[in-house]
Write a protein that binds this ligand. Structure first.
Ligand code: BG6
Length: 502
């Protein structure tokens, strides 16, 4: 079992939603799974004043709600390793206290001088906080940290949450700011989709089986659809969301990563450098859309009102006349030999008909289809559906002869993770944070990947996208599969979305 090195995990943004809902529950799960080193402890930091005991108490209901089979006794033991320090991390003021606290935790728990920072704060605070961490001398990579560990080489690393920048130039500036304090090898740009079992399995599926890879290219694949649909609305995150939108929130990060795993070339081995080099290469090969026909490459939408929630543009806190999208569908193509002329359709939205994250790989019809007269849709069957959530499944649909007639009907062959491996999915953040504690960057994004991904989607975000944003208000009904413009996007190519059935 992979276990992280001992360290002090410093969570900047301790009172935030992410820390309560995901990070602490994930660390508790990792502790129970025996993957967190026994010396590792957690120091939370945010502006509100509270004691260690108060923070542990605040966290308890969140952890008990989020973790299956929560056990009060083991939580109590684990929570004794959780500490709190108040202060504004974007200013110099608290750093003398923080440094002293990290040193004393290091000594008393035996963390060998290792420190893992986790940026779980509002994105505009990333740069000022990194500067303060640097100015306080908290990063001493390769040097000895504390007197108790004279012989050990310590490490200091940082995990940076998305959104990584707000556009291509702010992402580049954040990369430069991080680079002034941390080496690239110490920067972990996290994307929780890479912690999902099925996303990682794409590599095994493609590169451990000789039967799929030979057909994984433009000669056999008609197109690919990647969907991340949610039934929830924007909820309490309006201030963040209205300046962000679906393309920045979901496509620039999560769906681009899924796209890269589907489309990349085989790495020469599974080391972080080689996996990331292939992802950089494939994202870099994305073509920019033809700006004169942007509606052929992108559709955006905002959900309308429903019985329990106002329309997005009517929500309190949303800017008047906002054109921020709660839905987006993009058509992307790679300019490379494997994928020439194969469209990849990426789609995501809030308040949609079903919660479902899936990849659909549609194969081309047979070159000479003897059964075409008996088929209503020539593309029917010949389809791989990879469901990432809520189920974890790979299924292959193909045409089979109906008994008693020379006619074709779609049938399905399925591999279900829960049934095949009898394991419950864990919170995706846990294994990723353990990887950061082990120094394994394979499932984290490289600086160049992030910058290329921004480059590919900027035309859908900046002033050039005004044309596809007109008439956006309530242009799709809550509980539907998105606006008509998204259906038209595929219809123009003679295709349609594969919507999962209820
Ligand atoms: C987050 C987005 O990164 O991912 C949220 O900020 C979104 O808006 C969430 O709801 C979706 O994650 P998952 O794992 O539920 O698909």
């Amino acid at each position: 079992m992979k276990t992280g090195d001992p360290c002090v995990l410093v969570i900047l943004g301790a009172s935030g939603d992410l820390t309560h809902r995901k990070l602490i529950p994930a660390m508790y799960e990792m502790h129970r799974a025996g993957m967190l080193d026994k010396a590792t402890c957690i120091l939370g930091m945010s502006r509100t004043k509270k004691s260690d005991a108060q923070w542990r108490e605040d966290l308890t209901p969140w952890v008990s709600k989020s973790v299956k089979d929560f056990d009060a006794e083991s939580w109590k033991t684990f929570s004794q390793r959780i500490y709190y320090e108040a202060g504004d991390a974007a200013t110099a003021e608290p750093y003398a206290r923080i440094t002293a606290r990290i040193e004393s935790l290091n000594e008393c728990h035996g963390c060998k001088g290792n420190v893992l920072f986790f940026m779980s704060v509002a994105p505009e605070l990333y740069e000022p906080i990194v500067e303060q961490i640097g100015a306080a001398g908290l990063v001493t990579e390769g040097r000895r940290w504390c007197s108790l560990n004279q012989n050990a080489r310590s490490w200091q690393r940082i995990i940076v949450e998305k959104p990584f920048g707000n556009d291509d130039s702010s992402a580049a500036s954040l990369n430069r700011a991080l680079g002034r304090v941390f080496e690239e090898e110490a920067i972990y740009r996290i994307d929780h989709y890479l912690g999902k079992e099925v996303v990682q399995s794409l590599l095994a599926f493609r590169f451990a089986n000789a039967i799929f890879e030979p057909v994984w290219n433009h000669r056999y694949i008609d197109h690919v659809q990647i969907t991340a649909a949610e039934t929830v609305g924007v909820g309490q995150r309006i201030a963040f969301y209205d300046g962000t939108g679906a393309i920045r929130d979901m496509i620039q990060s999560h769906l681009m990563q899924v796209l890269a795993f589907v489309a990349m070339e085989p790495p020469s081995d599974f080391s972080a450098d080689h996996i990331r080099a292939e992802k950089i290469k494939v994202i870099d090969a994305l073509q920019l859309p033809d700006m004169k026909r942007l509606q052929d490459f992108g559709a955006v939408g905002q959900y309308g009102a429903s019985a329990d929630e106002k329309a997005y543009h009517e929500l309190t806190g949303v800017k008047d006349g906002t054109t921020t999208e709660t839905f987006a569908a993009l058509r992307m193509e790679f300019e490379n030999w494997r994928w020439a002329k194969v469209p990849f359709y990426l789609r995501t939205g809030k308040r949609m008909a079903r919660k479902c994250t899936q990849i659909v790989v549609q194969f081309k019809p047979p070159a000479a289809n003897l059964f075409r007269k008996t088929m209503s849709d020539p593309l029917s069957g010949n389809r791989m559906v990879i469901e990432i959530a809520p189920n974890e499944q790979f299924s292959l649909r193909f045409g089979a002869k109906k008994p008693g007639a020379m006619q074709i009907r779609d049938v399905e062959m399925m591999m279900d993770y829960a049934k095949a491996f009898k394991v419950e999915p864990v919170e995706a953040y846990g294994p990723l944070m353990i990887d950061a504690m082990r120094g394994d960057q394979s499932l984290f994004k490289h600086r160049l990947e992030v910058e290329s991904a921004w480059h590919a989607i900027m035309p859908f975000l900046d002033e050039r996208s005004a044309a596809i944003r007109s008439g956006i208000h309530a242009n799709y009904a809550a509980g539907s599969w998105g606006p008509k413009s998204a259906d038209d996007l595929l219809a123009r190519d003679g295709r349609a979305w594969f919507n999962p059935s209820a």
